[in-house]
Design a protein around this ligand. Structure first.
Ligand code: AMP
Length: 404
């Protein structure tokens, strides 16, 4: 099946055309700085993926998507010559609230429920919804699936998803933990089970998605029982530009001291904090690692804090489960940084997570799923490569083939 994956973010659009039978990508597209005068879009086709670049000044996410469709229909290198050759569309949707516990076909009823979820991810859900509506107008007979970041976490028990606030905030506004990165945690857990040669339902796993955004999930018998991200993706670990968990009283304190508005605080906590805020250098871990190596103390402090908070989260989920068989590392930092993995697990050996230095080394191993703990480590440590667009395409194809 040819699946068009649409991953619309607050200021970006990622898309791929994926042939799910051969598990190959045939088109890749990335639009950045969407909605600003600097918006640009690159599109490339298999086999050589030579990038064509387009200036998209001020374009919205739907205008970028429409341009992509036009290029896909017109370009002689494109694997399709008409939109009818696309079998289904897989949309990544950040927040599915309590409505969506699995990948779902977006019919009229589901589309209405999506409106309810917009407030839960005000930056991410509206552009995804706009893309769904536009695709529905252009291709009304092509099935569209919603693949939700929150769906995997709908198995959490109330003791994990409720906040200790007056209950009416949950009852009236559905304020609770929803989590995120769900497709990544689910995939990482399954891949770790494959590596260990054991059924997922028998395992207790702690999955760590460490990228620009980061979250850790306790996966017991294949089900998410707790996760670090909360009502929004701001809670939990320290991230590239997000603070993660802080004392909530700090927010009102800063507002009073500096006369900040709600929007100012959103900006500070989501875009100016985390690794960027502490290091003062960059949100990109590679830059910060380089700076620390060159002796920059703030960069070193940011790394120390980042590692410490991950260690504490892994420790708390170890306590949350009845047994832990493996810790799984995935996403940009989790997959690629042997150095940070070494730092993280150096502090966790006393819990039985013992890294093998040679297996941890990345040389020649990028993109290879593997176990990197020593043979008799009581708890295994695994590295799993994530491919979000491929996962969305496969989940969409599975669902659509069940409809047929
Ligand atoms: P993601 O959001 O999954 O694309 O991950 C992006 C993050 O991964 C950025 O902070 C990158 O600096 C980081 N990253 C990618 N490769 C490496 C690497 N080799 N070492 C350290 N960090 C890396």
């Amino acid at each position: 099946m040819k699946i068009l994956v649409v991953n619309a973010g607050s200021s970006s659009l990622k898309s791929q055309l994926i042939e799910t039978d051969g598990k190959v990508s045939q088109m890749k597209c990335l639009a950045e700085k969407v909605g600003t005068p600097e918006c640009t879009m690159s599109i490339s086709f298999a086999p050589d993926f030579k990038k064509m670049r387009y200036k998209m000044e001020g374009a919205s996410v739907t205008q970028c998507l429409k341009r992509l469709l036009d290029v896909m229909v017109d370009d002689p290198e494109s694997p399709i010559s008409g939109l009818g050759q696309i079998d289904a569309i897989g949309n990544r949707i950040v927040a599915g609230g309590e409505h969506f516990s699995k990948t779902t076909i977006i019919d009229e009823e589901a589309r209405k429920l999506l409106d309810d979820c917009e407030l839960l991810a005000p930056l991410h859900n509206p552009p995804a919804d706009a893309c769904i509506d536009m695709m529905h107008e252009l291709m009304p007979n092509t099935p569209q699936a919603g693949v939700f970041d929150t769906a995997f976490h709908t198995t959490m028990p109330p003791k994990a998803y409720l906040y200790p606030l007056p209950m009416r905030y949950y009852e009236e506004y559905r304020i609770r933990r929803y989590g995120a990165h769900g497709t990544s945690h689910r995939y990482a857990a399954q891949q770790a089970a494959n590596l260990m040669g054991r059924p997922l339902r028998d395992l207790g796993l702690i999955t760590c998605h460490l990228g620009n955004g980061g979250s850790i999930t306790a996966v017991n018998h294949g089900k998410s029982i707790d996760t670090t991200m909360g009502f929004t993706p701001l809670e939990g670990l320290m991230m590239g530009t997000r603070s993660g968990s802080i004392d909530p009283a700090i927010i009102t304190y800063i507002m009073r001291r500096e006369g900040k508005t709600f929007d100012d605080m959103d900006e500070i906590l989501n875009r100016e904090s985390g690794i960027l805020g502490v290091s003062g250098i960059s949100s990109d871990m590679r830059d910060v690692l380089d700076a620390a190596e060159g002796g920059n103390e703030r960069a070193q402090l940011a790394i120390d804090m980042y590692v410490y908070r991950i260690q504490k989260a892994i420790g708390s989920f170890y306590a949350a489960m009845t047994k832990t068989d493996a810790v799984v590392m995935t996403a940009g930092i989790g997959e690629n940084s042997a150095k940070l993995r070494e730092r993280i697990f150096a502090g966790l050996a006393h819990m039985g997570m013992i890294l093998d230095k040679e297996r941890n080394d990345v040389t020649g191993q990028i993109g290879v799923n593997r176990i990197i703990s020593i043979d008799d480590s009581p708890i295994k440590i695994c590295v799993v490569t994530t491919d979000e667009e491929m996962r969305i395409a496969r989940e969409t194809a599975n669902l659509v083939s069940q409809m047929a």
